[in-house]
Design a protein around this ligand. Structure first.
Ligand SMILES: Cc1ncc(COP(=O)(O)O)c(C=O)c1O
Length: 387
């Protein structure tokens, strides 16, 4: 079956965070991380069936749910996990927060690598901890880790957790085995737990392979907690269903307790069905999606090279969130994204949202039909021509 990623589906008036903006203004949204594609047919089918049943009481996660998660890790990422390691929950953000809460005391510190997904900050601050930044270094082509600085920061005994984003939002890196090993060894040396956000694990471009941090060796497995979900991969974020993988039994008890304290232990009835269908029957759709995203990426490169050469795309290895260097324009990225919204009716993400290290960059979501991508880039071009 050939899936259709080209049709433009109207998402206005569907309570979409991405699209619910002033309808009179014809704003095109290319910011928040969801896709403008219909999800895979098998998912739609099971949800329709569930709706027809008509009763939506409290849900239990059945055996098939755990089996589907285990099988997906193995078939897509060659990682054999056990059913008992899985803690189902309602999203990666609540998971991060629950884990930070479980393993820190107020006043402790949590290490992150900026620029990075902004909700990492809230999971730290809301738990009364301090953020410690290990800034990623841009070499004009891609981002690298400053390991000396990482070790210096990790060696502070107040640092209890390092939150790793792999693949990394927003800089698009799929971290290599060597990089992950160096990070993991440093964390082991200084008793820092690695909290891994692998929500974008399935979305990698040709030639790049996602390596689950916990799969590298037994020591890393026992010193890590991995958060994941089918939500980015299958565009089902609104179904609020995700999993935490914890092999270390002592850690798992703490994570489970914290999820219970926060009452975020039960995914919803539709999310359960969707996860099973996605991981059991969604591969064909995903493989076609990855081809379409790669074509969108190539479209973006050639458009920007030809028509907006002032911008430089930071070549992503994974994720549909594209990080673009705008420093040659000479205005702040906040001002730039404001202008693009007000004068071009295009909503993009200001790089500064992801920390000071993101200043001078913007983030664009390319997971949309190509006609919308072209429209968005033309809007961007129009505004930038005037600057
Ligand atoms: C790295 C990362 N983690 C977590 C999330 C959100 O996770 P959830 O919707 O499951 O809370 C996102 C969404 O963009 C993300 O990019």
């Amino acid at each position: 079956m050939k899936y259709d990623f080209d049709s433009v589906i109207n998402r206005r008036n569907t309570n979409s965070v991405k699209w619910n903006m002033n309808p009179e203004q014809d704003i095109l949204p290319m910011w928040i991380a969801d896709m403008d594609f219909k999800t895979a047919e098998p998912i739609i089918k099971v949800l329709e069936k569930r709706v027809q049943h008509g009763i939506f009481g409290y849900a239990e996660t059945p055996r098939e749910y755990f089996e589907a998660e285990v099988n997906w890790w193995y078939k897509r990422h060659n990682f054999r996990i056990k059913e008992e390691w899985i803690e189902p929950t309602t999203g990666v953000i609540p998971s991060l927060s629950a884990v930070v809460q479980a393993f820190t005391e107020p006043g402790d510190k949590v290490l992150i690598q900026s620029p990075v997904y902004n909700y990492f900050n809230s999971s730290i601050i809301n738990n009364k901890c301090e953020i410690v930044l290990n800034e990623l270094k841009y070499n004009g082509e891609y981002y690298k880790i400053d390991f000396d600085d990482f070790e210096k920061k990790a060696s502070d005994e107040k640092v209890k957790i390092f939150i790793l984003c792999n693949p990394h939002n927003p800089v698009g890196r799929v971290w290599s085995k060597d990089e992950l090993e160096r990070l993991g060894e440093i964390c082991l040396n200084y008793n820092v737990i690695v909290l891994v956000d692998e929500i974008h694990r399935d979305l990698t471009y040709k030639g790049n392979k996602h390596i689950p941090f916990a799969a590298i060796n037994e020591k890393f497995l026992m010193n890590s907690i991995t958060c994941t979900a089918p939500s980015k991969t299958f565009n089902i974020a609104g179904l609020k269903t995700s999993n935490i993988i914890v092999a270390n039994e002592e850690y798992r008890k703490k994570v489970n307790r914290s999820l219970n304290v926060n009452e975020t232990i039960e995914p919803n009835i539709f999310g359960i069905e969707a996860l099973i269908a996605a991981y059991s029957e969604g591969e064909e759709w995903l493989d076609q999606l990855l081809v379409y995203l790669e074509e969108n990426l190539n479209f973006l490169y050639s458009f920007i090279n030809k028509r907006i050469p002032k911008l430089k795309v930071v070549k992503p290895q994974g994720t549909y969130l594209i990080w673009i260097d705008c420093r040659s324009i000479g205005i702040s990225s906040k001002e730039l994204s404001k202008k693009v919204l007000e004068e071009g009716n295009l909503r993009i993400s200001d790089g500064g949202t992801y920390g000071e290290a993101g200043e001078g960059f913007i983030r664009i979501n390319i997971a949309c039909p190509r006609t919308l991508l072209r429209d968005g880039l033309e809007r961007l071009e129009k505004v930038l021509k005037k600057l």
